[in-house]
Design a protein around this ligand. Structure first.
Ligand SMILES: [Zn+2]
Length: 247
């Protein structure tokens, strides 16, 4: 199975789906981490190019913890714009990964790069199959299932499905811990505390799902996508709505 995670910023995938990615890794899935922007505003002391280089290295290190392949789209941080060029770069990423499952941000997330990248994935994933849309790689031959990731502190996100990450939570912490520059900047700027930022939401989602720690998702329902089977590892709960959609 090929699994593609698309994050707006270099640490997003690890933060909202790192446990799920680690579970996939244990099952032998081929993993791709696609990062849309280069994080080049994520410092109050370093210049844009300097911090972007550091964040690229940190993204490589985060992905390497579970042997995921990094796809770096290199758009400017906080200025991801939905355009012809942007869509083509996303489509090329889909074609590199040839995914069975794709994870992306919720389309009403707190940050424009998050929302726009989630919307582009959800709107454009089928375009990866269209031969007359030309990119470097060959078109995909199947339409993957798409899941939206949770939001910061779960605000404005009603989960429909959960993954038990209790056994891989420390691996998730290790992955997020690779993003040293971002963690320290967030601490200085916003009082970010990695322990509470990761642990409290995991425990809260676990409480909802009936396990110690969980990550939460919503499937994207679109015609033609694969609804006949669940693709999540250690999937815990399916909402009534999800059952109804599969009838
Ligand atoms: Zn982000």
């Amino acid at each position: 199975m090929n699994v593609l995670f698309v994050g707006a910023h270099p640490d997003d995938i690890e933060t909202w789906a790192g446990g799920t990615a680690a579970s996939y890794s244990q099952q032998g899935a081929k993993l791709f981490f696609c990062v849309a922007t280069n994080g080049n505003v994520g410092s109050s002391t370093l210049g844009r190019d300097e911090i972007a280089k550091i964040r690229y290295k940190e993204a490589q290190n985060g992905a390497a913890v579970i042997n995921a392949e990094l796809i770096w789209l290199d758009f400017d941080d906080e200025f991801l714009i939905d355009s012809y060029e942007t869509r083509l770069k996303f489509i090329e990423a889909f074609r590199i990964a040839k995914p069975d499952v794709v994870f992306c941000h919720w389309t009403q997330d707190y940050n424009p790069d998050h929302s726009i990248s989630g919307m582009i994935v959800d709107e454009c994933i089928h375009m990866a199959m269209v031969p007359n849309i030309k990119t470097q790689s060959k078109p995909c031959d199947k339409l993957p299932h798409v899941y939206f990731m949770d939001t910061p502190a779960g605000v404005n996100f009603e989960p429909q499905i959960y993954v038990d990450i209790t056994s891989v939570f420390e691996k998730k912490v290790e992955m997020v811990g690779q993003h040293k520059s971002q963690n320290s900047w967030m601490k200085t700027m916003f009082g970010y505390d990695m322990e509470s930022f990761l642990k409290v939401p995991a425990q809260f989602r676990g409480l909802q799902a009936g396990c110690r720690m969980a990550e939460a998702f919503r499937p994207s329902y679109r015609r033609g996508r694969t609804f006949i089977k669940h693709y999540l590892p250690q999937c815990l709960e399916i909402s009534p709505n999800f059952h109804n959609a599969h009838k």
